[in-house]
Design a protein around this ligand. Structure first.
Ligand code: MGD
Ligand code: MGD
Ligand code: SF4
Ligand code: MO
Length: 696
């Protein structure tokens, strides 16, 4: 008996999209649950980064929420309350908003960290129980530009169309705006193996990151100019006669227009736009074309731009023109970010989407899903607003909001404005594991279980569906997100249709996704556990799953990949005399996202205690700051202050801030909410700022 209670369970890390496998042994007595290696799991083969290794600390953290909180109207304070009271308050307020202002006055904001089951149930809850179109999620801030570009070019969006292991065996990898040495450390092994196998690595990043240090060639463009860089490379490929004419003829459409788009992008012009010297551009083309197989992988650098969709499109064009797609060991891929960044974008928490990656505007999709849900297709609302537009509409069109799995006070662009919008709501409910900055603003806070305390599936960056199994017992007083939705649905008149058992939800998800682009019909919990995960699409239980996509045909109607015609355009905000420096933002290895979870872990705080402004010694000298001095960074939207971190690893015209912290050093006080016209992705990676010494 005692043995089974402390036996380790095979499960997965709560954080990033690598979804590293681990074994977790429950705590004995007052101790923290123990992470053990799980060397047989293929993605990370036992390796974990510091965040994964210390994740159990958040399970037993003293600051985690263990009972609901309800704001006392008299004192204005959040006070402990029972579950019945908290849920009744939410149901009552959502009905009130709907009655007074219509169903679209109620909004829902989800997260790419939610399991497939939760994302599915949340989307269904919005459409069926609330009848609102106003649902979106933080994945819009993440990989939505790459997702849109995938759809346009290939007719299907799965981040990586091949398993990570293929990276080690290709000939050349261009890594665009990914710092995976810090953002998915165990994946660095695939790049090391690539080089051991004789392959070449090109890294494109305005900073010489730990990842860039591994590269055979590092190009450091000015932020926001990746589109010009990709077009410049395509220009050279055309000029040097290196186009794979046969591939272009047999497997693609739209080449003439794409080629025409590249013709105006002379290397010298590209050098002027990007700051990348022509010889380096030529060297990159040489490395990429000399290899028999090659890949381009993008992450947030080129994607979080107001032209992210076109930028990724330009990199895909490069792959297509050289025949590096739709065949083994070659292709384009996006390194998705959040734990369920892939699955979270497939099952219906996105504004325009139904489960199985179906479109909400497609009548056949509506009929199929409505039938699974037992509702009239006409009762399903249409598409709603994208994440930032939804946050921007709070307090005006949208009067009540339910947040599950995001902390936008820290992570949304133009965050002070978003805070104001949240404050102007009639009602805010937040389900979280800790009192995040967003939860602290809520009228009702619901404490939920964490990863290791509940079972559910996630789909990692490879499209591999995984089972994250419950390994420890949750503290008394917390409920799962599925139980929360089950309870709210019942209070709102839907006693059926929202089971709290994850496997039951998954079985419904399988039916809802059947026949859709992201088809999970053949995937079962038992299969996942037995097979180290199953790659979608997997239409039936006899189907082996699909680790590699597009080898015979692309997922477009005619089976051909589509070139997109693109030309360069500037960032939404360019530098000028008043704001002469470019700010870009991103991550450090020891903190995760808004920091809501990792800022509760001593070991991680010791490694990354707070925000900083990374700047070049020349710029530091010009403004008179030394290492550690407070630097004020001002944009058209606000001012942030953080200590200087001086390094030659960044361009002289650029400063970098990580976005993991709230308060004075919050990077998102500064960022520009300019949106990509297709994906509605905000421009987190480029805005114009002024940089000054803040001391004295
Ligand atoms: N430690 C840690 N790991 C994480 C996360 C975390 O918060 N912390 N979050 C997870 C999530 S959700 C995501 S989305 C991923 C993100 O993973 P990454 O995309 O690797 O992370 P970022 O640091 O946002 O951006 C990567 C790099 O883009 C560069 N960059 C900035 N501007 C530009 C530009 O204009 N062009 C180019 N080419 N590069 C540019 C930055 O200098 C940075 O080094 O990480 C996941 N893993
Ligand atoms: N300036 C700048 N801003 C950025 C970015 C950038 O590069 N630069 N990157 C953007 C990107 S890529 C992303 S993905 C976003 C992420 O930004 P956020 O959406 O804020 O991400 P998290 O900090 O992971 O927030 C998740 C919240 O949900 C809670 N939580 C975790 N698991 C669960 C669960 O299962 N259920 C519930 N109910 N709650 C849970 C956590 O405690 C936390 O409070 O930030 C974006 N913001
Ligand atoms: S790399 Fe990502 S999944 Fe792996 S341990 Fe670190 S945070 Fe967790
Ligand atoms: Mo992300």
């Amino acid at each position: 008996m005692a043995r089974t209670e402390t036996a380790p369970t095979a499960t997965h890390c709560p954080y990033c999209s690598l979804q590293c496998g681990m074994n977790l042994r429950p705590a004995v007595g007052g101790a923290v649950a123990e992470v053990l290696e799980r060397p047989d799991f293929p993605v990370n083969r036992g390796a974990l980064c510091g965040k994964g290794r210390t994740a159990p600390a958040v399970l037993s953290s003293r600051v985690r929420l263990t009972g609901p909180l309800v704001r006392n109207p008299a004192s204005g304070e959040l006070e402990p309350a029972g579950w019945d009271e908290a849920l009744a308050r939410i149901a009552d307020q959502l009905v009130r908003a709907r009655t007074a202002h219509g169903p679209d006055a109620v909004g829902v904001f989800g997260g790419g960290g939610l399991t497939n089951e939760k994302a599915y149930a949340l989307g269904k809850f919005a459409r069926v129980v609330l009848s609102t179109s106003q649902i979106d999620y933080n994945g819009r801030f993440c990989m939505s530009s790459a997702a849109a570009a995938h759809q346009r070019a290939f007719g299907l969006d799965r981040g990586l169309p091949f398993p990570l292991e293929d990276i080690a065996r290709t000939g050349c990898v261009i890594l665009v705006g990914s710092n995976l040495a810090e953002t998915m450390p165990p994946a660095l092994r695939y790049l090391t193996e690539l080089k051991e196998n004789g392959g070449r690595l090109i890294v494109i990043d305005p900073r010489r990151t730990r990842t860039a240090e591994q590269a055979d060639l590092h190009l450091a463009p000015r932020p926001g100019t990746d589109l010009a860089l990709a077009l410049g490379m395509l220009h050279l490929i055309v000029a040097q006669g290196r186009v794979d004419e046969e591939f272009v003829r047999e497997r693609t459409s739209g080449w003439d227009e794409a080629r025409a788009g590249s013709m105006a992008h002379w290397p010298e012009l590209v050098e002027r736009l990007t700051g990348v010297p022509v010889p380096q551009l030529r060297e990159a083309v040489e490395m990429f074309c000399a290899a028999e197989n090659a890949m381009v992988l993008t992450a947030r650098g080129p994607e979080q731009q107001s032209k992210g969709t076109d930028t990724v499109g330009a990199w895909i064009n490069l792959c297509l023109a050289t025949g590096r797609a739709g065949r083994p060991l070659s292709g384009y891929g996006c390194l998705t970010g959040q734990g369920n960044g892939q699955g979270g974008r497939e099952h219906g928490q996105k504004a325009d989407q139904l489960p199985g990656y179906r479109k909400l505007t497609d009548p056949a999709a509506r009929r199929h899903v409505a039938q699974v849900w037992g509702v009239d297709p006409d009762s399903l609302p249409g598409p709603g607003r994208s994440a930032y537009e939804l946050l921007d509409a709070l307090g005006t069109d949208v009067r009540a909001l339910l947040v599950m799995g995001s902390n936008p006070v820290v992570s949304a662009p133009h965050a002070a404005h978003v805070e104001g919008r949240l404050r102007s709501l009639d009602f805010l409910a937040v389900a979280d594991v800790v009192l995040s900055e967003t939860a602290a603003m809520a009228d009702v806070v619901l404490p939920v279980t964490q990863w290791a305390e509940e079972t559910g599936t996630t789909t990692n960056l490879e499209g591999r569906v995984l089972l994250r199994q419950r390994a420890v017992t949750a503290p008394e007083g917390v409920r799962t997100d599925l139980e929360v939705l089950n309870g709210l649905a019942a209070l709102l008149g839907h006693g059926k249709g929202f089971p709290a058992d994850p496997e039951e939800v998954f079985d419904e998800l399988r039916r809802a996704s059947a026949g859709g682009p992201a088809d999970y019909a053949g995937i079962t919990y038992a299969r996942i556990a037995a097979e180290d995960g199953v790659f979608w699409p997997c239409p039936d239980e006899e189907h082996a799953g699909t680790p590699r996509l597009f080898l015979d045909r692309f997922a477009t109607d005619d089976g051909r990949a589509r070139f997109v015609p693109v030309t360069h355009r500037p960032a939404a905000e360019e530098t000028d005399r008043e704001y002469p420096v470019v700010l870009t933002t991103g991550r450090v290895v020891a903190q995760y996202q808004s920091g809501a979870q990792t800022r509760r872990v001593d070991e991680l705080n010791a490694a990354a205690p707070g925000p900083f402004v990374e700047l070049h010694p020349r710029l530091a000298e010009r403004i008179g700051v030394a290492e550690g001095d407070p630097v004020a960074v001002t944009s058209r939207r606000g001012r942030a202050v953080a200590p200087a971190r001086i390094t030659r690893a960044i361009r002289q015209d650029t400063v970098f801030m990580p976005f993991h912290w709230a308060g004075e050093g919050r990077a998102n006080t500064l960022t520009n909410p300019a949106l990509d016209p297709v994906s509605r992705m905000p421009e987190f990676k480029v805005c114009a700022v002024r940089v000054e010494a803040a001391g004295g």
